[in-house]
Design a protein around this ligand. Sequence first.
Ligand code: UD1
Length: 365
Amino acid sequence: MKKRVLIVAGARPNFVKIAPIMREFETHNRRFEGLLVHTGQHYDFEMSDVFFQNLRIPLPDIFLNVGSDSHAVQTAKVMIAFERVALRKKPNLVIVVGDVNSTLACTLVASKLNIKIAHVEAGLRSFDRTMPEEINRTVTDSLSDYLFVSEKSGLRNLKREGINPNKIYFVGNVMIDTLSANLSIINKSDILKRLRLTCNEYSVVTLHRPSNVDSAETIAEVFDILSAVSREITIVYPIHPRTRKMIKKHRFSSKFEGLDNLLLIDPLGYIDFVKLVKESKFVITDSGGIQEETTSLGVPCLTMRENTERPVTIEEGTNYLVGRSKTKVLSFVKKIISGKSKNGSIPELWDGKTAKRIVKILSTI
Ligand code: UD1
């Protein structure tokens, strides 16, 4: 009998992670029936549909249409809608990825219905409970039955938390599966031409975390740093809807738009975005996934946070933690521009075969 698996995705980084898993289930469709549940946490064309198109993900089998709201309301809406789906579909397994509110909500539901849960990207810890993602990750891991770990720090964290080692599998990073599978298409993107940029002569910025963009004070600090960086090199900033909203609310729109060497653009699809990153001099970000993608591409990355749940990108990759320190950012920017930044190496099992390993493991259970 085929095993029925519900694969949950809700927000932009989730789509990048489920693409190779969906494909692998398609290859093994005699053994599994993989059904994609899109919670609708992200819903704009640039935050959702373009990823489905770029990554050739089949249309969702079930769409929950929850949209944006406060954490409690958004999580609760996903729970209510997903419980109905789980009761109707009676899956043998629910797969959740990453650390967004949809990940947590579906884990809670599946757990109470005694449905087995697999968490892809388990074990990552920033040890910073002010981040909603840290709460989502910790709860998800504690309730999961199969914990698929992307880097070795995850193994240590789960062991420290007393998770049964028989549930833990070090499989590598599904985001890198997507990157490797799409590299030849990425190379063909004409985004540099469209934005009139020259390879290696610009930087890319993405900032959307509440800790950086939700208050006027932190936006002012970010603005100050970016205006200093823009005196050294052109900046391209694809702007997340949350950040755009906050910049407008705190009356910073005209300031950002007034910076000569800063190009504010709408969020990009996966293919154009990765091409932009790949050909850039460096990236400034507060995203989780981009710290990993830059390490895989060998592009220097300045992470505007005080901590990271992905320490391998610092220890082995091209990532530096800079917080919101203008001094640190400028010193690294100068180092990178003069060709003196670290080269980095590719972390273990970031080889494009993670989804294959995951589905192989799930086939034996
Ligand atoms: C979510 C994740 C975060 C991830 C990020 C990637 C949580 C707690 N956070 O943050 O971990 O790094 O996705 O993008 O799950 N909005 C739109 N259109 C959309 C989606 C959102 O305009 O399609 C706006 C809304 O104003 C919304 C705000 O962005 O209120 C925040 O969206 P939300 O999904 O709550 O969190 P993100 O900041 O996107």
